[in-house]
Structures are given as C-alpha cells and as structure tokens.
Design a protein around this ligand. Structure first.
Ligand code: ADP
Ligand code: ADP
Length: 227
C-alpha cells in the first residue's frame, strides 16, 4: 500500500515575494497514476520536487501512508524521480548510471547486478549496458532515465515531462511503454506533462493546476480535479 497526501502545502522560494504553490491539497491512492497539467510556471515541478525532497515544503503536511515526510532526506524517501532532461551522468556507462542510486544506498554488488539486468530487460537496454549516454539516441537515453527509477523498486514514481525532449513518434511509443511499465510495476505515480493526449491516455486522474488570477500573482492553486 502506498498512498500520498499533501495538505495545505505552500512553497515560497528563498528571496521570492510570492507563493509558487499555495494551499495545495491532494490525496493519491495506492497504485494510482496522477497527471499534473497546467501552464508553465504554475508550480508543477515545484510540487514534484517537494514530494521528492529536493525542495523544502514551506508550510503544510506531506505524508506517505500516514507517515510525515516533510523532514525526511531525499535518499531516505522511497521515491524515484525521472527528469525531463534525463540527468544522466555522461562519463558513466548505462549500467553505472542505473546502478548509481543503488550504490548510494549500499546495495550489495550481486543485488545491484540482478536489478540492473532485470530493469534493462524490461526496457530493452540489455545490449546497451556498456554504452555511454553520448552514444545513444534520445529515446534510448530516456529509457536509461526510466531504468534508473525502476531499479530502485521505489514505492512512488515521479516523472517531470519525461517525454518532452523526444520526437512525436518516439513520444507515442514511449507513452505506451510507460503505461505498460505502470501496469507491471504498479508504483503510485505522479506525472507532469504539457501534452493533453499523454494526460488522457496515462492518467487515472488528472490534476489541473493554474496560475492564480489573484492580484498578488500567487501560483499553484488547483483549479479542478477530474477523472
Ligand atoms: P511549472 O513546473 O508548472 O512550470 P515551476 O514549479 O517550475 O512551474 O515554477 C512555479 C513558480 O515558481 C514559477 O513562478 C517559477 O518562476 C518559480 N520558481 C521555480 N523554481 C524557482 C526557484 N528555484 N527559485 C525561485 N522561484 C522559482
Ligand atoms: P520547467 O520548464 O521544468 O518548469 P524551468 O525552465 O522553469 O523548468 O526551470 C528550470 C530550472 O530553473 C529549475 O531548476 C527551476 O527550479 C529553476 N527556476 C525556475 N524559475 C526560477 C526562478 N524564477 N528563479 C530561480 N530559479 C528558477
């Protein structure tokens, strides 16, 4: 069981005068696939980064299965994040890129090998484990970024526009693969996209965020939650 809950979450960046996220409330059910959509700057990335622990929550509560997470370090959260720009280490092979998070968490060598090989098989990367990111296509790099999240067996998956750097054709096929991986792994997922088709195909529930119309310019209000 992995449920997430955000209650009255605000974010004010250091030195910022306005809230980047205001009074954000969300209940995510076990295994649910949530998609955040909304205009650039409305606070989608900020919200994901707070869940991952990459940004502090200014006020409000974030819990996983009822346990307060606000002050838990990123590496101690059972959360894996896939970034828009892949964030791969260019000097490392595919294997080492995928193994990195496991090494950081002191997994045994055998276990690392097993997990990386399993994830590579799921993603069609078995033949590419010795390559470096520079020698791969955008779609292959995106798979490695996904692989890095999958190997961890994390309870929660966060994906920030993971397909936006791919061409249209690859986006469609990767979209189908993400749906398949979600069915197979069943991790509770929050996914950010600008693409309405992606949102419609992947989401159990779509959360529409809007830049506020309030005079102070506050962003990050939820305008509407639909199925
Ligand atoms: P989105 O992902 O929806 O495009 P972001 O979460 O990136 O939106 O940004 C929300 C708001 O917070 C924007 O007004 C943005 O300029 C601001 N913001 C994002 N990151 C920072 C930061 N590191 N410092 C100050 N302001 C930031
Ligand atoms: P995205 O398109 O994913 O929202 P952006 O291009 O808005 O990303 O932001 C890229 C990076 O710059 C992020 O790390 C974000 O936190 C940071 N950033 C965004 N807006 C601001 C801002 N107003 N001040 C400082 N950093 C910002």
């Amino acid at each position: 069981m992995t449920t997430l809950k955000l209650e009255h979450v605000d974010k004010v960046y250091p030195n910022a005068k306005i809230k980047s996220v205001e009074d954000f409330n969300l209940d995510v059910k076990d295994k649910e696939f949530i998609v955040f959509v909304g205009p650039s700057g409305c606070g989608k990335s900020t919200t994901l980064r707070m869940i991952a622990g990459l940004e502090d929550i200014t006020s409000g509560e974030f819990t996983i299965d009822g346990v307060r997470m606000n002050d838990v370090a990123p590496k101690d959260r059972d959360i894996a994040m896939v970034f828009q720009n892949y964030a791969l280490y260019p000097h490392m092979t595919v294997f080492d890129n995928m193994a990195f998070g496991l090494k950081l968490r002191k997994y045994k060598k055998d276990e690392i090998k097993k997990r990386v090989e399993e994830a590579a098989a799921i993603l069609g990367l078995t033949e590419l484990l010795d390559r470096k990111p520079a020698d791969m296509s955008g779609g292959q790099r995106q798979r490695v970024a996904m692989g890095r999240a999958i190997v961890r067996d994390a309870k929660v998956f966060l994906m920030d526009e993971p397909l936006s750097n791919l061409d249209a054709k690859l986006r469609v096929s990767m979209r189908a693969e993400i749906a398949k991986i979600h069915r197979r792994i069943g991790a509770t997922t929050i996914y950010v996209t600008h693409d309405q088709t992606e949102a419609m195909t992947l989401a159990d529930r779509i959360v529409i965020m809007s830049a506020s119309k309030s005079p102070d310019g506050t962003t990050g209000r939820i305008e509407q939650i639909g199925a």
